[in-house]
Design a protein around this ligand. Structure first.
Ligand SMILES: O=C(O)CCC(=O)C(=O)O
Ligand SMILES: [Fe+2]
Length: 329
């Protein structure tokens, strides 16, 4: 099947071209669900510097990485092959480090320059995100995602998929949608594997029957997608069937009520795979998840769905992702 393209949008001269860019972004978000940003202001050197500190962290012995072990209650820290995907029923073949601005980070002693490099990178991701207003009143999402506020729960996720041989039957990241409002994804040259489902017609139930498009990895362009907070995530029979915990089943139903954009925007499935036959080199990627401020109320301008706080929504969403009850654990 011919490869479906996703729109490439330049942020060059944003202040002067704001209206034109906003129109392009909105159309891409409404129609395709994914788009690529170029001329966004983060240089290749800055992106490579962030990949380098990520690589330095992942190459440490497990007992050093465990100093910042993943906490399912907050969804911060280092996890190793710990994410069980309802879509595949298997653990993703990857390790990742989740960071919030005020969570525990690896020390500069263990990873030289980690804090400075990563803090600068997160700030740049936040300011790029500020340029993506998606049809909300100007500055509405900027205020909702304001990283200077202590209750802002936006996260940076550093990811490492180890090299694999004949990976048939395994997934580097099983099909999923993201839980936040807007994700910026950075890839590295020649480390392919990302596949996305585009279009309003896709995302039937739980990626079943949808067609996935490979997105070649390049250092520089940012792949952007809409997350569930802005969209509506419909539970599917597959998801309900795989969710054995009662709390997870409840969660599936409650997710129905969240759609900050009143269903205008679309949160689409994506996944990462290694080659079924032959060698796949390691893949590193970096995702910045705009996840708003805990106290913010998620409700669209047309009030199509009842209000939910970001805090309540987020707790349900990480329970679904990591199978833990963040309140009780
Ligand atoms: O590594 C990738 O390309 C995708 C990562 C991703 O989708 C996620 O962490 O939500
Ligand atoms: Fe994702």
């Amino acid at each position: 099947m011919a490869q479906k393209q996703i729109p490439v949008i330049s942020l060059k001269s944003f202040d002067r071209r704001k209206e034109e860019i906003t129109k392009q972004l909105l159309e891409a978000a409404e129609v395709t669900g994914f788009f690529t940003l170029v001329d966004h202001g983060i240089t290749i050197d800055e992106i490579e510097a962030q990949f380098q500190v990520a690589q330095n962290f992942f190459s440490l012995p497990a007992k050093v990485k465990e100093k910042v072990r993943h906490n399912p209650r907050t969804n911060n820290g280092w996890e190793y092959k710990a994410q069980l995907r309802p879509s595949t029923g298997a653990y993703d073949q990857k390790e990742s480090l989740w960071l919030m601005r005020n969570s525990q980070w690896p020390s500069d002693q263990d990873v030289p320059n980690f804090r400075g490099t990563t803090a600068r990178f997160m700030a740049k991701c936040a300011s790029i995100s500020d340029q993506v207003s998606l049809g909300f009143d100007e500055d509405y999402l900027v205020t909702a995602n304001d990283p200077t506020q202590p209750d802002c729960i936006s996260q940076l996720r550093l990811l490492h998929y180890p090299a694999a041989d004949n990976a048939s039957g395994t997934w580097r990241a099983g099909a999923h949608t993201d839980i936040g409002c807007l994700t910026l994804l950075f890839q590295r040259d020649k480390q392919d594997g990302l596949e996305i489902c585009t279009g309003r017609e896709s995302h039937t139930g739980f990626d079943v029957g949808d067609s996935f498009t490979p997105i070649p990895a390049h250092t520089g362009p940012i792949v952007v997608n809409i997350g569930d907070m802005l969209s509506t995530k419909k539970p599917s029979l597959v998801m309900l069937f795989l969710s054995t915990k009662r709390s997870q089943r409840t969660d599936c139903y409650r997710i129905l009520t969240v759609a900050w954009s009143d269903d205008r925007l679309k949160s689409n499935f994506h996944r990462v795979r290694a080659r079924e036959i032959g060698y796949s080199p390691p893949r590193y990627s970096i995702a910045y998840f705009n996840q708003a401020r805990r106290g913010f109320i998620v409700q669209g301008p047309r009030k199509k769905y009842p209000p939910v706080t970001v805090d309540e929504y987020f707790k349900q969403a990480i329970e679904r992702n990591f199978g833990q009850d963040p309140v009780k654990s």
